[in-house]
Write a protein that binds this ligand. Structure first.
Ligand code: PEP
Ligand code: MN
Length: 351
């Protein structure tokens, strides 16, 4: 949509604009208003050079794009018809629950195995566990390849799908060789475009799901969608969007809870939104409230750090993991809220 500086373009100016857009297979539709006219670009208006050339005309005030810049993530994209199955769930048709420790402790594999059994018993669908960890300090525990064997063994024992974070292409190769079900991109890599593209192309055409966290600094909704567009445009549409709190934090919380972004995402994209309340609020006591709020905002599920004995965990577990007993009641309550919330969704469920 071209907005001229004056109330309307002169015939000569209109001709010039028409000539530019025609070079890109588009045409102009003039919309005549009483006070001023605006000019719709009909056709694919995402050509950056076309837009820049129009913006370069001194009689044009601005150009508002109607088509979203993320054409694959857009709710109108044909990808909206796709169905994602994970952990026995058709995502979107029922809520998805991902749970497990922040970090797998390779020295205490039994804690992970017991947590895995408890997550299954609580009704979880996917077992999470960090093999490699993005740590603020280089001296903190960074992860261990041996932890992947523990994760795989837990899958073998429980039948749960498994989720772990990768930070670099080498991690990705290892987890893809192992057949990990969900590859997590953490908040620190959320805008690492070469990594996102690499993950999208390496998992193209596969059943691998990519759980993409939202970046840490508060940023426009579109930035999150554009990051997912990198994965999808490289070939893998199996993405889950994961808000996890942003910076600056709200005093008392680890981050600024951002589960309300779900409603805005849902307006723009077809992708499922799985909220992480654990990193958002950062304290076990606050996690259930944030998780239920997330469901009320329309989340398709939650990913919650859970540990059989949080005080014996490593990484984030001692401070923010909930127990399996809390997880179990939280899953039951989250299901209820999910059902209630559906009454208010823009397109009421048919069933
Ligand atoms: C995690 O899931 O343990 C994690 C490090 O998350 P985030 O990238 O959101 O900080
Ligand atoms: Mn964590």
């Amino acid at each position: 949509m071209i907005i001229p500086r004056a109330s309307r373009l002169t015939p000569e100016q209109l001709l010039e604009v028409e000539k530019i857009v025609s070079e890109f297979g588009c045409r102009i539709q003039t919309i005549v208003g009483a006070e001023r006219s605006i000019y719709a670009i009909l056709g694919d208006e995402r050509h950056e050079t076309m837009i820049n050339r129009i913006l370069g005309l001194d009689y044009v005030a601005r150009v508002d794009a109607i088509d979203s810049p993320y054409k694959l993530m857009d709710i109108k994209s044909t990808l909206a018809d796709g169905k994602l199955r994970l952990g026995g769930v058709e995502v979107g048709a029922e809520p998805l629950f991902i749970a497990g420790p922040c970090t797998i402790d390779p020295k205490n594999p039994n804690l992970f195995y017991e947590t895995a059994e408890a997550v299954k018993e609580a009704g979880g669908h996917v077992l999470r566990g960090g093999v490699w960890k993005p740590r603020t300090m280089p001296y903190s525990y960074q992860g261990d390849n041996a932890a992947l064997d523990i994760l795989l063994e837990a899958r073998a024992r429980t039948g749960l799908a498994i989720n772990t974070e990768v930070m670099e292409p080498e991690h990705l190769s290892i987890v893809l060789d192992a057949g990990v079900d969900v590859v997590q991109v953490g908040a620190r890599n959320a805008l690492n475009y070469p990594l996102l593209r690499h993950i999208g192309s390496r998992t193209a055409g596969s059943n691998t799901t990519v759980l993409l966290k939202r970046g840490r600094p508060m940023a426009p909704v579109d930035e999150f969608l554009a990051a997912a567009e990198y994965v999808v445009s490289a070939g893998n549409p199996n993405v889950l969007l994961c808000p996890r709190g942003t910076l600056p934090s709200m005093d008392g919380y680890r981050n600024h809870p951002d589960e309300s972004i779900t409603q805005l995402l849902k307006e723009k994209t077809w992708a499922a939104v799985i909220v992480d309340p654990s990193h958002s609020v950062g304290r076990a006591a606050f996690v259930p409230g944030a998780a239920l709020a997330a469901m009320a905002y329309g989340a398709d599920g939650i990913v919650v750090e859970t540990h059989i004995d949080p005080k014996c965990g490593i990484g984030d577990d001692p401070k923010q993991s909930i127990t399996p007993a809390t997880l179990k009641s939280l899953i039951a309550d989250a299901r209820e809220i999910w059902k209630l919330r559906r009454k208010y969704s823009p397109t009421p469920p048919s069933s």
